[in-house]
Design a binder for this molecule. Sequence first.
Ligand SMILES: *Cc1c(COP(=O)(O)O)cnc(C)c1O
Length: 243
Amino acid sequence: MFIDYQEFARRADSIRSAIAAAAQQAGRDPSEVELLPVTKTHPAVAADYVARYGLHGVGENRVQEGVEKRAQTSTAASPLRWELIGHLQSNKAKLAAQHFDRIQSVDSDKLIQHLGRAATELGKTLPVLLQINAGNDPAKFGAEIAHAPRLLDAALAQKYLQVDGLMTIAPLGSNAAETTAHAARTFTTLRLLRDDLAARYRLPLRELSMGMTGDFAIAIASGSTMVRVGTALFGPREAAPAP
Ligand SMILES: *Cc1c(COP(=O)(O)O)cnc(C)c1O
């Protein structure tokens, strides 16, 4: 059985405290770090909990699941931003542009062309993040670091795309210490890349979406502005969704 709202609120309180503690330890203002609950594989009521609690958005990793869930959520709750955080195939770009408020997983020229065309047809400015494989993990999606400038050029050439920043997922290690080391290295790399691009292009690129249940404190120490948390809020997912 899925958790009830009280349980969700307890967990959200505790994660928000941990976020605040990590921010303070890093000398940062906790309000600079947004908690994005990841509702993938969970029922639509998960998104209603998020709205009722007063958070502003949710992350989904599959287009179809997100579209269906969004349609099932209560409209009485405050409006949520729906963010796509999972790999997006070009042939689903139009559907994603229609139903999501931001796409965090933009990692190829081809996808940028498709999203740009879809947003133009919809006459809607679509915020995006560029997903960078900052940990050089062969198992992860995301553009290579060296391709980031080319990707940014391509996105900036699209009138209806708005680049808010960068996103990454850290590679897992074979043990906890290695995972921590990978995470620290990956997140610092992404922040330095952002700082470099922001200076060269004279853009804010404010959003650094990095950190999940297992590594959000490390991500906050490295400058994360958005942590994407699923398991710690909603419990384990039954089956890992196909990419
Ligand atoms: C599933 C997912 C998350 C959340 O992971 P947890 O470990 O459950 O917090 C974050 N980001 C992406 C891209 C995901 O697919």
